[in-house]
Design a protein around this ligand. Structure first.
Ligand SMILES: Nc1ncnc2c1ncn2[C@@H]1O[C@H](COP(=O)(O)OP(=O)(O)O)[C@@H](O)[C@H]1O
Ligand SMILES: [Mg+2]
Length: 141
């Protein structure tokens, strides 16, 4: 487990870039943490680290955004996903092993997460700008 403190959205993006540098290409990255914690900011940095420079936003209505970089990245938002049927309709199971999956609102699909997934939990710090970012299942430098 790695625990990092971020003091700005830019720092959260940098942490995303560090995580990207440690990826092999088929990881499932489960993001935990409520609204406004910085899951999308983190994903923007992760994508940047894989050479994807724009177009990263919360896929709230589309449920999944696809980006092409060093690896294919499938960016999910599971906020509205509450049943197995919903989850199947996102294509989640088809994307597994075909790229890096980054999942906002992983709380909602806890039972479907692979055992070896990377878990990243973002929680509030001591002030508005501070976030605590805990990573399990991946060695980051
Ligand atoms: N340290 C920080 N890391 C990330 N976001 C931060 C931080 N401090 C403040 N923020 C703000 O929090 C919000 C995070 O938004 P976003 O990345 O869309 O969150 P989420 O996807 O978790 O809902 C942005 O408005 C951003 O400016
Ligand atoms: Mg988001």
């Amino acid at each position: 487990m790695t625990k990092l403190i971020s003091y700005s959205p830019e720092e959260t993006e940098k942490i995303g870039e560090r995580v990207a540098a440690a990826l092999k290409g088929t990881e499932v990255i489960a993001l935990f943490g409520g609204l406004g914690m910085g899951k999308t900011a983190f994903t923007r940095g992760l994508a940047k680290g894989l050479g994807i420079s724009d177009g990263v936003s919360s896929p709230t209505f589309s449920l999944v955004n696809e980006y092409r970089g060093k690896f294919n990245v499938y960016h999910f938002d599971m906020y509205r996903v509450t049943t197995w049927e919903d989850l199947y309709s996102t294509g989640f199971f088809d994307y597994l092993d075909n790229g890096v999956l980054v999942i906002e609102w992983s709380e909602n699909i806890e039972g479907a997460l692979p055992e070896d997934c990377v878990r990243i939990t973002i929680s509030p710090g001591e002030n508005e700008q501070q976030r605590i970012i805990e990573t399990e299942g991946l060695d980051i430098r």
